[in-house]
Ligand binder design. Structure first.
Ligand code: IMP
Length: 434
């Protein structure tokens, strides 16, 4: 059973990067299928900390990593990540779909302007131009990775995009127009940093550097699966940020759910063998939108501090709250989760009691309160060596209740950022998991 999808079961930042990095050791390939550099995956290896936004997590392990057609790429960010790996003597074995769309310099500007005019208040986007890039893809004005290599066509597409988006910025959003009445349209564009020639040269340069990585992600993956290789499909963001199943409009602009793994890579649904839902032992959310179990008092602050709950991409403090079984149950439904991985359990150490939202009544969360637990004597590192049996009794009860409420077995518990701070439950070998 070699095709495993890893999805976020909450609002993103669940720790998918750590889980994928952990399993990547046994995998042959890791592929990203949606999102862009709005995502942020932190992986800690010994005293080295890697923060990736685009690069699939298995890259550090020297695995073949792929970026599917469903991903949108900021080429500058991707090149920086390639460079970062090289500085650590890792040459990424990377394949990028030529059909992946490119985030262009006008997209973040439009993203910011759209945030300013939204009637229901800002979404609280990461400001990386994600929505406008996917919008261009849908309206068929988008620029794809393959376009960066065919210069004449690229120039024409860029010119058209600058005309359309430039006019929208100038006349609809009235972006930075003060004292610019007399400027020609080209001069206005230059004044806001959107000079056709400059962008053209810069992006042709990116195209040259990244050209060697372009390849048929769909064929590579399907061939690998024919050969029974193990492929991890690494989701970004989470189920409740999915454009269709999330808390719209406070969502991202792609399908972060398991279905996105098919449309974002070219691997059919009947080839998928397993879906792992990743959830924290509590809940976090960045940006606006509903969050029924949010904690605004001391405990919320404490979780934020102990869990270092600040965005990898934007540094924004994350909103923190109790575990919400309703949220994860819905993730189970729309992703057909086979198992759960519960991350950051250690962050709840030392609380007198912990709460789980079991369901809602008239829109209000109904909680079950359980006794808390202390950090085990000798720390979690000692416990991890022995395994799940050595967990504090109340922590086990908490995990078992989560599993019961979400109707899903837990296969992994993480108790710290390091690879070693991970415990596999009941299925000690990856072979048994897949
Ligand atoms: P966008 O993806 O930048 O358009 O942002 C839309 C919403 O998704 C905002 O609420 C962001 O905070 C949230 N978001 C996007 N990417 C991530 C992520 O990787 N983790 C958590 N939240 C995210």
């Amino acid at each position: 059973m070699p095709a495993i999808i890893v999805v976020g079961a909450q609002w993103g930042d669940e720790g998918k990067g750590k889980l994928v990095d952990y399993y990547a050791e046994k995998a042959d390939m890791v592929v990203r299928y949606q999102g862009g550099n709005n995502a942020g995956h932190t992986v800690v290896v010994g005293d080295q900390k890697f923060a990736f936004h685009l690069m699939p997590s298995g890259a550090i392990q020297g695995k073949k990593v792929l970026i599917g057609n469903g991903v949108i790429i900021n080429p500058k960010v991707l090149l920086e990540e390639i460079e970062n790996l090289r500085e650590h003597n890792i040459e990424p074995d990377l394949v990028i779909s030529p059909h992946a769309h490119v985030i262009m310099p006008y997209h973040p500007i439009i993203d910011a302007e759209q945030e300013n005019v939204r009637s229901g208040g800002a979404v609280g986007t990461t400001g990386r131009g994600i929505g406008p890039t996917y919008a261009d893809k849908a309206t068929r004005f988008g620029i794809r990775m393959e376009d960066l290599a065919s210069h004449e066509d690229f120039r024409k597409k860029l010119d058209l995009n600058l005309k359309i988006h430039g006019k929208t910025l100038r006349f609809v959003y009235e972006f930075d127009i003060e004292g610019k009445d007399e400027l020609s349209h080209e001069d206005y564009l230059c004044s806001i940093g959107l000079d056709l020639e400059k962008i053209f040269r810069e992006y042709c340069g990116y195209g040259r550097k990244l050209g060697k990585y372009l390849g048929n992600v769909d064929k590579v993956l399907n061939n690998a699966l024919d050969e029974h290789k193990l492929v991890l499909f690494e989701g970004a963001q989470g189920t409740h940020l999915d454009i269709d199943f999330g808390t719209y409009p406070n969502v991202t602009s792609s399908n972060a759910t398991a279905g996105g793994a098919c449309t974002g890579t070219g691997v059919g649904p009947t080839r998928m063998d397993k879906v792992i839902g990743v959830s924290k032992a509590y809940t976090t959310r960045v940006g606006g939108g509903p969050f029924p179990t949010e904690l605004n008092e001391e405990i919320g602050k404490r979780i934020r501090e102990v869990g270092h709950e600040f965005g990898t991409t934007t540094g924004r403090p994350r909103r923190c709250g109790w575990f919400d079984a309703e949220v994860v149950r819905y993730a189970r439904l729309v992703n057909h989760l086979d198992t759960l991985a519960i991350m950051k359990l250690d962050v709840l150490d030392g609380l007198e009691t912990v709460k789980i939202c079991t369901r809602y009544e008239e829109g209000k969360p109904i909680y079950e309160e359980m006794p808390g637990w202390q950090t085990p004597k000798g720390g979690w590192d000692a416990v991890v060596k022995t395994g799940y049996d050595a967990f504090p009794a109340n922590a086990k009860k908490y995990l078992e209740r989560i599993s019961e409420l979400c109707h899903t077995p837990i296969e992994m518990v993480s108790v710290g950022p390091e690879r070693s701070q991970t415990v596999l439950l009941s299925r000690p070998q990856l072979e048994q998991i897949v």
